[in-house]
Each structure stands twice: as C-alpha cells, then as structure tokens.
Design a protein around this ligand. Structure first.
Ligand SMILES: NC(=O)C1=CN([C@@H]2O[C@H](COP(=O)(O)OP(=O)(O)OC[C@H]3O[C@@H](n4cnc5c(N)ncnc54)[C@H](OP(=O)(O)O)[C@@H]3O)[C@@H](O)[C@H]2O)C=CC1
Ligand SMILES: O=C(CO)[C@H](O)[C@H](O)COP(=O)(O)O
Length: 463
C-alpha cells in the first residue's frame, strides 16, 4: 500500500512519481492510458519496487493507505474531469492535490467544491521541467494547513534544496500556490523574451553562433547567473543531427504557449498592476505565430541594412536591469493579489523557494529575498537601496541597447517595455494631467487639482 498516488504519467507526473519513489516512499501510479503507466514502471529500474501501478482509478485509489492522498498531474483542461471521477471513490478526510499548472480562479472554485464534498484539497505549483520534477523541483503549496500536513514530509523530501533549505513551502489558502506558479511562469516568459532579444541583436550584428554560446556561458559566471542563461549557452552550442547546422537555425520561429503568461497579464490588469515586460513577451509569442504576415511586412518594409552597434558588456548589463524590473513587476503583482485575497503571502519566502529547482532560478533571487526582508519602499524592488544602486549601474546600458535596437529597426519589446516602466515610475509628475483633462473635456469625468483638496473639479470647457 502507498501513502500517495500520482495520476497522470506524462512528462511531469512520471518524473514526480520517480522522485517520490527515489526518496523512499511507496507511490501508486496511474494514467488514463495504461500503457504509459506500464512504460514508467518498466523504465524505473530499482525504483519499480516502490511503484504500485494501477490500470484503472478504482484500483489506484484502492492501493492507497487511508487517509488517501492523490496527486493529479494532467493537462489543466482535464483536471475537472479527473476530480469528478476521483471524488466518488474517496472518503471524508482524503486529499486531492492538483499539481499541474492551473488558473488560480479554477483552483479557488475546485478547492471549494472538493471541500464541500468533505475532502481536502491543495493547489500546488511545481516548477523545474522534467529534470526538476525528477530530481528536485521548486514547489508552491496553496490550500489549508490540515491538507498540507499529511504530505508535507514527502513534498519537502522531493523538492530542490538551496543551501539546505527545501525549495517548497505552504504559502497560504486556496489559489495562492497556483497564482505564485503562474507569476513565476510570467517572469519566465519575460526572461526568455529578454534573452531572445539579446540573441536577436547579436545575430543582427552577424555574430558567430559558437562565440555567442561562449558569451552566454561567460554571462552565466557573472551577475546574470541563471538556469535560462545557462541553457541558452547549451542550446546555441547544439548542432542539428540531420544537417549539422546550429539547432536554432532549423527551428521554426513560432513560440507555443499554454496560457500561464497570458493568465499573469490578465490578473495583473484585473488588479490594476503592470506586468508590461511579461505582456510584451506574451505578445511576442503571439506575433511569432504570424509567419506569413511577417514575411509580407518584411517585403513591404525591408531592413535598411544598418548594423546594430551594441557592446557585449552593455547587453549583459541591459539584461540584468530588465530582469530586475521584471522580477519587481512580478513581486508587486503578487503583493497586490495577497492584499486582494487576504493571503498574507510571504514574498521573501516566495523568492527563497525560487532560488533552486525552478526554471527562473538565478543568483538574483537570493538578493531579492534579502531585499524583501529589509522592506521594499512603496512595494517596489527598484526602490530598495541595493537595487537602486544596481539600477544606477545598469540602466544606462539598457538605454543604450534599446536606443541602438530602435535605430536599427530591431525588435526589443520586453527591453523597451522594462525601460518605459522604469522611466514612467521615476517621474514624480507624469503626463496624465492631460489624460484627465481629455476625460473631463469629452465626458465630464472630473479631476483632482494640485492646489486644492477634493475631487470632481472640471475645466472651463464644462461651463
Ligand atoms: N512540462 C513541463 O515542463 C511542465 C508542465 N507543468 C504542468 O504539468 C501538467 C502536466 O504536464 P506534462 O506532464 O508536461 O503533460 P504531458 O502532455 O506530458 O502529459 C499530460 C498528461 O495528462 C493526461 N491527460 C490529458 N487529458 C486527460 C484526460 N481528459 N483525463 C485524464 N488524463 C488526461 C495524459 O494522459 P494520456 O497519456 O492518457 O493522454 C498525460 O498523463 C500540466 O498542467 C502542465 O502545464 C508544470 C511544470 C512544468
Ligand atoms: O510550467 C512550465 C515551466 O515552468 C511549463 O514548461 C510550461 O508549459 C511553460 O509554459 P509555456 O508552455 O506556455 O511556455
């Protein structure tokens, strides 16, 4: 009998189940199509003795000790159907864990309906891709402490570690684990886009791909140290087996997206927050789908042949500045969500559990968690003294890179969005006085004055 079961033997579910077994726990395994379960057991080697495979949900649930704990790792669109099948098979006090990527609004709804049925529910974000799931992901738990208690030891055992600290924690009630994972992915989208923009500038400059790989490798030894920079270097070194060409040259430039970046932007907009670098990254993926349109537009507006003059050191600093601003936007969004849903989210802890295991892990996160513990003035990372100093050092480079890109017709939407966010925020008096005047002019919306208390003032056009 197993203390926990995993249903969904896809990329992530299989890897998590093996991780659980590797940490000494018996684990029941199940998949809608049983051949996948058989394949996982067959490929498990010595770990197979800790796997209890089941060909149907009834046997799967029957192989769990009570109170049962079932971890679902299926596509977001299938979670409701799986829960519907599971609930009649479970008893009061049993636990359902949705560990896939889920829209946190769905998680809130699911938590309520599962709890109404007398069961416990957790919405858990897991990050790290297949390798992370197998050897140590970052794990973001949302739900109730009672629901977390029975599996806490398992979650902490399978999670990544940063200097002995498990990169897993209970973050608060209902949807918080999935919103934190969603924002993690939003930051992931922006960081990937920023890196792709730097790659685009280097390509426009005619750089050799192998030397580019070395440059990313060097950057990974400095302040940009991160998983995404590291794998970019690896990817750029990789040749296609069939043609011998750099692998990036045979990959169609159309990026997929499963929804978490878009969810981040939607939630940011709903909460009156800005996630502009993330929004640019989502847009860039959407624009990437328009291959025919882009080809037609290139024919209509051909490149003017100028060469981008961008220094490697400037690119490195520009990426760092934009990354800081992106993390800052993500953290501010989480702070706003915490206030709105009364989660009392410990943002420093979030940064801590992202320091290892997850896709956005980077050396910067240790500094970000320290900065949050010192307190972020006005809730903004960019105002924390250590980050003020870093931005003073790096923003001029971001400005030079964005300017060079713009002058040369190179697309850098996420870098430009980050810089505009920064420049907007660092002006005590902006330009929305005119917006307010326009709103009042056409719609009598009223405005506040700088020289009097109260609101609802109108311009003379209203007379
Ligand atoms: N891949 C990654 O890097 C990461 C993925 N995630 C998230 O983890 C979850 C799983 O992703 P991943 O493992 O990559 O996906 P896969 O495509 O590898 O596997 C999908 C799994 O979902 C099952 N499934 C699909 N539809 C149904 C259904 N209607 N009923 C029952 N089972 C169903 C599949 O079963 P079958 O074999 O029968 O089709 C399969 O086990 C997703 O939410 C994803 O967003 C989270 C972090 C990283
Ligand atoms: O959660 C993940 C990583 O953290 C998954 O890999 C997710 O699929 C990435 O999102 P997308 O497929 O939209 O790029």
């Amino acid at each position: 009998m197993a203390r926990i079961g995993v249903t969904g033997m896809g990329t992530m579910g299989a890897a998590l189940a093996l991780n659980i077994a590797d940490n000494g726990f018996e684990v029941a395994v199940h998949n809608r199509s049983p051949e996948k379960t058989r394949a996982v057991v067959k490929g498990a080697g010595d770990l197979a003795e800790r796997l209890a495979p089941a060909e149907n949900l009834e046997d799967f649930v029957g192989s769990l000790t009570k109170p049962r704990a079932v971890l679902i790792m299926v596509n977001a669109s299938a979670v409701d159907a799986v829960i519907e099948d599971l609930v009649p098979l479970l008893e009061q006090g049993d636990l359902i864990v949705d560990a896939g990527n889920a829209n946190f609004n769905d998680t809130r709804r699911r938590a309520k309906s599962v709890e109404d049925a007398g069961l416990l529910f957790l919405g858990v974000g897991v990050s790290g891709g297949e390798e992370g799931a197998r050897f140590g992901p970052s794990i973001m738990v949302g739900g109730t402490p009672e629901a977390y208690a029975p599996i806490r030891d398992i979650i902490e055992a399978i999670a990544a570690e940063f200097e002995g600290d498990a990169c897993a924690d209970f973050l608060g009630t209902d949807g918080v684990g999935h919103l934190v994972k969603t924002v993690h992915n939003g930051i992931e989208y922006a960081d990937m886009q920023l890196i792709a923009e730097a790659y685009g500038l280097l390509r426009a400059d005619g750089r050799d791909i192998d030397r580019m790989a070395d440059l990313f490798g060097q950057w990974n030894d400095g302040p940009l140290q991160s998983y995404l920079i590291e794998i970019t270097s690896e990817i750029l070194k990789t040749k296609d087996r069939d043609t011998g060409r750099p692998i990036v040259d045979v990959i169609l430039d159309q990026a997929g997206q499963k929804g978490t970046g878009r969810w981040t932007v939607i939630e940011a907009l709903k909460m009156g927050q800005s996630a502009t670098a993330i929004e640019s990254a989502v847009a860039a993926r959407s624009w990437s789908a328009l291959s025919d349109t882009r080809a037609a537009a290139e024919a209509a507006f051909p490149p003017d042949g100028r060469v981008a003059e961008v220094l490697d050191t400037d690119l490195e600093a520009a990426l760092l500045a934009a990354r800081i601003l992106t993390y800052g936007q993500g953290m501010a969004l989480l702070e706003a969500a915490s206030a709105e849903f009364e989660w009392s989210l410990d943002l420093a802890r979030v940064a801590e559990i992202w320091r290892a295991g997850c896709i956005i892990r980077s050396s910067l996160l240790d500094d970000i968690s320290a900065a949050i513990r010192h307190g972020l003035p006005h809730g903004q990372l960019l105002l924390e003294p250590a980050f003020v100093a870093r931005l003073h050092e790096t923003i001029p480079a971001l400005r030079r890179v964005v300017t060079a890109a713009m002058l040369n017709g190179q697309s850098v939407p996420a870098m430009a969005a980050s810089l505009s966010f920064f420049d907007t925020l660092r002006r005590a008096r902006g330009t929305t006085d005119l917006i307010q005047a326009q709103r009042d002019f056409f719609g009598r919306h009223g405005f506040k004055r700088v020289d009097r208390d109260g609101d609802g003032f109108h311009g003379p056009w209203a007379d």
